[in-house]
Design a protein. Sequence first.
Length: 459
Amino acid sequence: MKLTTELHILNPATEEVIATVPAATAADVDTAVTRAAHARRAWAAAAPADRARLLRRFAAAVDDHLEELALLEVREAGHTVGNARWEAGNVRDLLDYAAGGVERLTGRQIPVPGGIDLTILEPLGVIGVIAPWNFPMPIAAWGTAPALAAGNAVILKPAETTPLTALRLAELALEAGLPEYLFQVLPGEGPVAGSALVEHPGVAKIVFTGSTRVGKGIMAACADRVKRVTLELGGKNPNIVFADADIEAAALAAPMSFLDNSGQDCCARTRILVQRTAYDRFMELLAPAVEKVVVGDPADERTQMGPLISRAQLDRVRSYVPDDADAVRGTAPEGPGFWYPPTLLTGLAPDAPAATDEVFGPVAAVLPFDDEADAVRLANATDYGLSGSIWTRDVGRALRVSQAVQAGNLSVNSHSSVRYWTPFGGYKQSGVGRELGPDALTAFTETKNVFISTSSTEG
């Protein structure tokens, strides 16, 4: 394999090269791990209040540069400017939330005979975070913020196509006063820099978000070294609409549940399951709503959906939709850029590739179901189990179906999946472990048990 020395970063809306950055080698990773191991010793030994204070300064620095980070995300990832502002704000909020957990990262005192038993939570060491291109800023922060808060050092490898916001965040961390080399960003290719990070004996844990295929390879490599992993992988998420739901609300909410970020979202509701008795009415409302979605320049405040990330991703999405498919299509710009229109596929068999595979684009399959049992069967008929929605006015049904659907994150009468206050992760081949929420910091610690005998030694 030819070694890439530079990464050329394209604007996916124009296909223009907007930056060139050096590509990290295995030797660069080795140097970074050595530096991180040194930096994290003093960081782990620092008073919790001091760690929390510096993380809050980092959050404040992100807040001061919110618009700069957002516009950088628009250029390198093609995200709409509204989404990009939310993403930069989410990094700030995650850092604040993690800082609040530093002084509450406590062990336990466990009643035992003959003494006192204590548990102590100690940082793991050097954490490798491998972030994806679909949400470069927030997902990088999902691993980085709690890992730093728990007393670890972090080496972040951003995706090859979207390293610019990560590099800027590393600069802001230094400006905020975080120790040098505590948080390092190494842009590079997955098979080179990513593999070196996964295989390095000095890296205690890998946090990876990306495809199930790559995640399996990382898990296998980490298993050989008994290295901890958190994996957030693919999803083929159901949007289950029962006939007793508010059909108008469900239909009008459905488009952006699979078109947000151009469908490049592991939580996208790309399997729309509609009870047969409500199917026609639902489609009467959904089809025009999809056709009206504004696709265009992501820097325009009016735009609702931007381009796909790359030519390769555009080709992948196209491969799932034959020209003669029974479909409802919106519009998209022509000319330069990786554009694909919003697309609803109807008349598919439940086991058709577009209905079971993670397309990772603005394409959803609409499938009818007969009753509650049929809905659950269809919802679970994939290898994934990340997210999903249930639309019904029946609270009992909402609870029954939530318990029956095999997914880690479900919403009732909503499409919300990710909140930094609550745990996030998948069932089945959608991943291993949980991120975010009140337990996020403990995922980056080792539990040490200490027993202190209180038995008298006097004669």
